[in-house]
Design a binder for this molecule. Structure first.
Ligand SMILES: Nc1ncnc2c1ncn2[C@@H]1O[C@H](COP(=O)(O)OP(=O)(O)OP(=O)(O)O)[C@@H](O)[C@H]1O
Ligand SMILES: Cc1ncc(CO)c(N)n1
Length: 496
C-alpha cells in the first residue's frame, strides 16, 4: 500500500454541534493525528454532551452528491465511516465505496450514542452488516459487536475477543475490539484478524482506565485517528499503538476543556496546548491506576489493615524498610547534588536526612525487640539499584520521577489504611501503633512538595525526557508493589 505523510482523510458521518462526536470530532482527530480532514454529512443531529434531541436526515441522493463532489476532485487516502442512520444512506455509501474503492476504509458501526440514544434505525442493521464487507477495519464497541453478530453482549474480555474473531471470519475484515465498556482498571483494545494479515490473530494494547466522565466521542475519535495513521504507516499494529497513546493523553486532559454539563469531549489537541502545572503528575498517577489497585489487592496490605498479618511478615517488612531507607536516602542525596536550584537542592537534602532519622527510629522502636533476619532482600536490593542507576545514567529529571512513588504511594496507601483503621474502632489491633504513624501531616506535606517539584521539572523538560520520566515513575511504582508483596515471598527465609 502507498503511504502518504499528510493523508487526505474523508469522514462520512453525522454531526454533533457541541463538537465532541461525529464529523466535528473526526475533523479534529484527523488533524490532531497529522492528516487533512474532509467530511460528507449523513445526518444532522441536534445533540449535546447530555444526549440526542432529534435527527434530520437529508435525502440519500444528496449524500451521494456530496461524496461525488469530493471524490471527483480530491484523491482520498482513507475513509472513516460513522453514523449512517438509515438503510437508504447505507445504500448510498455502499454504492460510492464500490465505485471508488478507497485504500483505507474504517467503519465505526455507530448504533447507539454514549448517552444511550439510538443513532441507527433497527431496520437498517442488516444493511450495515452487509456494508462491513467493504471495510478494512471495523471498530465496534461491545454492545455493537454483539448486535452485529446477533448475539448477547460479551461480558468479559475473552468473550469479546471470541466475538471479534467471529466478526472477522464472517465479513473478512480486521476488527478492533474495544474494552471501554468493560468494568475494571484497564482499557484493553485489540486488533483481531483470522485471515493472517497481522503478526498474530490477536494484537492487544492495554492502557489504564482514565478516571473521567468526559468520554463523549471517544469511538468517533479513535476510528478517524486509525484511518489517518494507517494511511501514513500502512501498518495496523503500529497505527493502534500510536493512536492509543494519543487517545490516552486526550482522555487524561479531557477535564481541562470544561465543555458541557454531561459527558464532555476529549482533548484532541492536548499535545498542542501548554500543560497545566499538575498535568504530568496527573498523567503518572493515571498511568499506575492498575498498579494502585494491585497494591490494595495484596494479601499483605489487606492483612496489615485488618490485623491478621503474621508477625513474621510484619517484622520482615520493617527490617527491609529500614534497609531500603538507607539506600533511598542516598538516592535523595544524589537528587540534591544534581538539583538545578537551591530550593530543590535543600528539599532533597532534607529528605535524605529524614530517611536516616526514620531508619534509626525504626531500629530503636520497632526492630530492637524483634527477631528478624537483617539481610538485604532481593526486592529491596533491586529497588535501590533501580533508583541509583536511574540517577547515574538518566540525570536529574528521571531520578526525580523515580523517587516520587515512594513518597506518593506510601502516603496514599498509609492514608487509606489509617482511615480504615480509625473507622473500625481500632481496639486490640496488633499493628495499631504502626498505622497511627501513617497519619503524619509532615509527610503528607513533603509528598505534595515532592510531586510539585516533579511537575516543575516535567514542565521545563522535552517530551522525550518526560516520556523517560514516566517510565522511571512506572518502574518505581512496580517496585513499591513488589516491596509490599515481598514478605509473602521471602519472609520464610526462602532464598531469592
Ligand atoms: N476511561 C477511559 N480510559 C482510557 N481509555 C478509554 C476510556 N474510555 C474509553 N477508552 C478507550 O476509548 C476507545 C473507545 O472505546 P469505547 O469502547 O468506549 O468506544 P465507544 O463506545 O464506541 O465510544 P463512544 O463513547 O464514542 O460511544 C477505546 O480505545 C477505549 O479503550
Ligand atoms: C453524529 C454522532 N456519531 C456518533 C456518535 C457516538 O458517540 C454520536 N454521539 N454522534
Amino acid at each position: 500500500m502507498e503511504t502518504r505523510s499528510i493523508p487526505r482523510v474523508l469522514s462520512i458521518a453525522g454531526t454533533d454541534p457541541t463538537g465532541g462526536a461525529g464529523v466535528q470530532a473526526d475533523l479534529k482527530s484527523i488533524a490532531a493525528n497529522g492528516g487533512y480532514g474532509m467530511a460528507a454529512v449523513t445526518a444532522l443531529v441536534a445533540q449535546n454532551t447530555r444526549g440526542v434531541r432529534s435527527v434530520h436526515t437529508p435525502p440519500a441522493s444528496f449524500l451521494s452528491e456530496q461524496l461525488a463532489a469530493v471524490s471527483e476532485d480530491v484523491e482520498i487516502d482513507a475513509v472513516k465511516i460513522g453514523m449512517l442512520g438509515s438503510a437508504d444512506i447505507i445504500g448510498a455509501v455502499r454504492e460510492w465505496l464500490a465505485e471508488t474503492a478507497p485504500a483505507v476504509v474504517v467503519i465505526d458501526p455507530v448504533m447507539v450514542a454514549t448517552s444511550g440514544d439510538r443513532l441507527l434505525e433497527p431496520a437498517a442493521e442488516e444493511s450495515l452488516r452487509l456494508l462491513l464487507r467493504h471495510a478494512h477495519l471495523v471498530t465496534p464497541n461491545l454492545p455493537e459487536l454483539g448486535v452485529l453478530l446477533n448475539e448477547p453482549m460479551a461480558e468479559d474480555w475473552d468473550a469479546a475477543l471470541a466475538q471479534g474473531r467471529s466478526l472477522s471470519r464472517r465479513y473478512g475484515t480486521i476488527v478492533l475490539v474495544k474494552g471501554g465498556h468493560l468494568p475494571g482498571g484497564d482499557c484493553p483494545d485489540a486488533l483481531v484478524d483470522v485471515h493472517g494479515r497481522l503478526a498474530e490473530d490477536v494484537v492487544e494494547f492495554r492502557s489504564s482506565r482514565v478516571a473521567t466522565a468526559n468520554t463523549h466521542g471517544t469511538g468517533c475519535s479513535l476510528s478517524s485517528a486509525m484511518a489517518t495513521v494507517q494511511a501514513r504507516t500502512a501498518d495496523w499494529t503500529e497505527s493502534l499503538k500510536q493512536v492509543k497513546e494519543w487517545l490516552f493523553g486526550a482522555l487524561v486532559r479531557a477535564d481541562e476543556l470544561e465543555v458541557g454539563l454531561g459527558n464532555g469531549p476529549i482533548h484532541h489537541f492536548h499535545h498542542h496546548t501548554p500543560r497545566p502545572p499538575a498535568a504530568f503528575s496527573a498523567e503518572c498517577w493515571e498511568d499506575i491506576a492498575g498498579l494502585r489497585e494491585g497494591i490494595f489487592d495484596l494479601g499483605f496490605i489487606r492483612e496489615l489493615g485488618d490485623g491478621s498479618l503474621p508477625e513474621s511478615d510484619f517484622g520482615y517488612y520493617l527490617a527491609q524498610d529500614a534497609l531500603y531507607l538507607s539506600g533511598y536516602s542516598r538516592a535523595l542525596a544524589l537528587a540534591s547534588s544534581l538539583a538545578p536550584t537551591a530550593g530543590e537542592q535543600l528539599f532533597w537534602a532534607k529528605g535524605a536526612r529524614e530517611c536516616i532519622e526514620v531508619e534509626a527510629q525504626l531500629h530503636r522502636e520497632w526492630l530492637s525487640d524483634r527477631e528478624v533476619s537483617c539481610g538485604l532482600g532481593p526486592v529491596t536490593k533491586q529497588y535501590v539499584d533501580h533508583l541509583l542507576a536511574t540517577g547515574a545514567s538518566g540525570g536529574y529529571a528521571e531520578l526525580v520521577a523515580a523517587v516520587i512513588p515512594c513518597y506518593w504511594l506510601y502516603a496514599h496507601v498509609g492514608g487509606e489504611l489509617h482511615g480504615a483503621y480509625r473507622a473500625s474502632g481500632a481496639a486490640g489491633h496488633p499493628y495499631g501503633a504502626w498505622l497511627e504513624t501513617y497519619a503524619d501531616q509532615g509527610f503528607a506535606e513533603a509528598t505534595r512538595q515532592a510531586v510539585g517539584i516533579m511537575d516543575d521539572v516535567a514542565a521545563r523538560s522535552t517530551e522525550d525526557v518526560r516520556q523517560r520520566m514516566l517510565e522511571a515513575f512506572r518502574e518505581s511504582s512496580r517496585y513499591e508493589l513488589r516491596f509490599f508483596d515481598a514478605p509473602r515471598l521471602y519472609a520464610g527465609g526462602t532464598p531469592a
